[in-house]
Design a protein. Structure first.
Length: 298
């Protein structure tokens, strides 16, 4: 199998897993979003620690920690990345367990365009006229949707902003992805452990409370969230960015279908118009990017 095919399979597996992840969170619907998040952090750290040990990356992990401690800016970026991805997962889990899967899918559709804007303002990247047009179309779509709904789609905007800022922080860090994921969970592990223990002591927790199925699901939360990140890292290493970027639309598309057809969430004409605007913006952006890649290749 070629490196390209390995990368493509890894990327597709990653985005399919992310797309169907609402199915997993729905199994834990009776559990609070914060408790699910705490166990997601705890068991992701356990999973990633075992993975690093299996890959013999212990020395690289220690050297990375020393480097972050020596450079305060990099250390601050690492903390920021940890808090941003934690906030992103918190919003996503809350949205799914409170019947807002459609809103979460909208957030991940607009996320690439938010990332592009951050690239312009933070990394001084240049955009073509067509790409600027796609940004304007998306902005008009969100504005129109907010006016019609009478509110800003906070879940969608929150997911897009936190994940885009997380990506920007990771771009600045240049850390091995496996090490980074482990550190992201390690930095918020004290809160997760403290909260889980507090719930258990108060008799309000669902872990070790009599349901083995719930126990296994909470423990599995670490693997089902960390594994796609590992697959994503593999895909990113072996695929051109334009292919990887195109694959990412698979995830919110699957979530949108689940929200509408499996969980029967409301999908109004206002939401349909908002999605249609974003799809148009993404199409314009993708066409512009494809043309740029063609020119570079020729």
């Amino acid at each position: 199998m070629t490196e390209y095919k390995k990368g493509l399979l890894a990327a597709l597996a990653c985005y399919i897993l992310w797309g169907v992840l609402p199915l997993y969170w729905k199994l834990l619907e009776g559990t609070g979003a914060y408790e699910i998040l705490a166990h997601r952090i705890i068991w992701s750290f356990v999973f990633m620690t075992l993975l690093l040990a299996a890959l013999g990356m212990g020395s690289l992990f220690r050297n990375t920690v020393k480097d972050l401690c020596r450079h305060s800016l990099k250390g601050a970026l690492m903390v920021s990345a940890s808090l941003l991805i934690t906030a992103n997962w918190c919003i996503f889990i809350w949205a799914v367990t409170h019947d807002h899967i459609v809103d979460s899918s909208f957030g991940y559709y607009i996320n690439p365009l938010v990332s592009v804007l951050l690239g312009v303002f933070l990394f001084h990247e240049k955009l073509s006229k067509l790409k600027w047009a796609s940004i304007v179309i998306a902005f008009l779509g969100i504005t129109g949707m907010s006016i019609e709904l009478g509110r800003l789609p906070l879940i969608s905007v929150g997911l897009a902003l936190t994940f885009a800022l997380y990506g920007a922080a990771k771009k600045k860090l240049h850390i091995n992805p496996f090490i980074s994921i482990t550190l992201e969970t390690l930095l918020v592990l004290p809160w997760a452990l403290g909260y889980a223990l507090w719930l258990y002591d108060a008799g309000e927790g669902h872990f070790l409370a009599g349901s083995p199925a719930t126990d296994w699901l909470l423990m599995g939360a670490g693997i089902v969230t960390a594994a796609p990140l590992v697959l994503f890292s593999t895909g990113a290493n072996h695929l051109p960015l334009n292919v990887l970027g195109f694959c990412q639309y698979l995830s919110p598309s699957l979530s949108l279908l689940l929200g509408i057809f499996l969980y029967h969430e409301p999908f109004s004409t206002v939401q349909l118009a908002g999605f249609a605007t974003i799809w148009t913006a993404l199409l314009v952006f993708s066409l512009s990017d494809f043309r740029e890649q063609r020119r570079k290749g020729s």
